[in-house]
Write a protein that binds this ligand. Sequence first.
Ligand code: BGP
Length: 484
Amino acid sequence: MSNSRFPEGFLWGGATAANQLEGAYNEGGKGLSIFDMVEFVPKEERTKSVEMDVRSETELEELLNADEGANFPKRRGIDFYHRYKEDIALFAEMGFKTFRMSISWPRIFPNGDETEPNEEGLAFYDNVFDELLKYGIEPLVTLSHYEIPLHLVQKYNGWEDRRVVEFFTRYAETVFHRYQDKVKYWLTFNEINISTLSPYIGSGMLIDRVENKEQAIYQALHHQFVASALAVKACHEIIPDAMIGCMLARMEVYPETCNPDDVLAALEEDQKNLFFTDVQVRGYYPSFMLSYFEENNIEIEMLPGDEEILATHTVDYLSFSYYMSMVASGSPDKKREKGNFFSGVKNPYLEASDWGWQIDPKGLRVTLKKMYDRYQVPLFIVENGLGAYDTVEEDGSIIDDYRIDYLRAHIDQMGEAIKEGVDLIGYTSWGCIDLISASTSEMSKRYGFIYVDQDDYGHGTLERKKKKSFEWYKNVIATNGEEL
Ligand code: BGP
């Protein structure tokens, strides 16, 4: 009998997203997506905090007219579009039970507001799902991983416009009908809490087009909440044996000290994120958010029936990404360290990755316990991993012990949380095959068990190579997490 702390049928696997993986931005009838407009800018030349954040109409115009020079974003991805068979065979060799991927909305509806889907796009995902199922790998599919057709940004300013709810619902229903026999695990929006930090990536909005930024952000978000709930409804109707969840960028927030001011600051920082799951799992806006809206004169326009939609169509499970934890301080002038999206005070007890993300395996256990206590629904870790520079040795090997150490420590804490009563159903480590970084557009920030020969400028053979972590993870899966 197995001594594993992980339940039988635990969904081990890896995670990706269309815009960071597929490439082929203009093939198969695909329309442009917001991420096709995100440039790679070398570190030394960066002037903005988050490069993925296209903010203005002018910036967008410039990017649309830019030539396909070294920094041009349209080559994003690692050509999974043409190499998916080879890649899936490698996932199968590692013993994946599940593979998280996203459907690119503009592959299915190139403009977003048309009524007929693009058959070539639909057929592509049929082929990918068939290939996965051939090896017994369950697809876990995100409907929108930082993606919305660019046309919807240009014409409607993205999610700010209520009509986008209808376009999204049509897209969701189309893919549910088409893949009802193939896909049983779904997610609505990736890291929905990024919307307040990056309105462009999170909600497809150009912020210079709106008068009141905060008002627009929360209005767009309300539309996304309603769209997500309607997708849950449609999924339940069309694929009754499927599970559909929400997805949060999750990190624990610690108080800097036991000074009650720090404790309160940490709690409030955390509420900013928990708000999203409160709406999607509990089905209503929490009172702390309603009073925040009132204090800041934010008035969310809701249609009759919206509240009922949110309350009735809550998610079946809660998924999240976890990379790091944060520290909050009650003193406003305290120096904040820069992460990519989130910033906070430095934690002297933790080491950070080369990108300043504070590595904290125990924080994952804390988060699992807290989220399960609060929501009492199954949890799924759909992203976790270490972004690192890898070196290819002369003999072609890649010895990524640092990655193994990171993953081992996190998986061990997951096991402890399960032992302590948390209902965790799966784990997909981020970027199981090297892909383009979301926040920096770098290729050299690598997460994979599989190395891809490509540099930050898109040069390379795209050849795939197994890293040392490949065999390690294969054994973790084979022993259901018993041997780490
Ligand atoms: C999450 C995103 C992913 C992913 C990951 C790692 O925020 O959902 O798309 O890329 O973080 O981040 P990065 O690529 O910036 O290292």
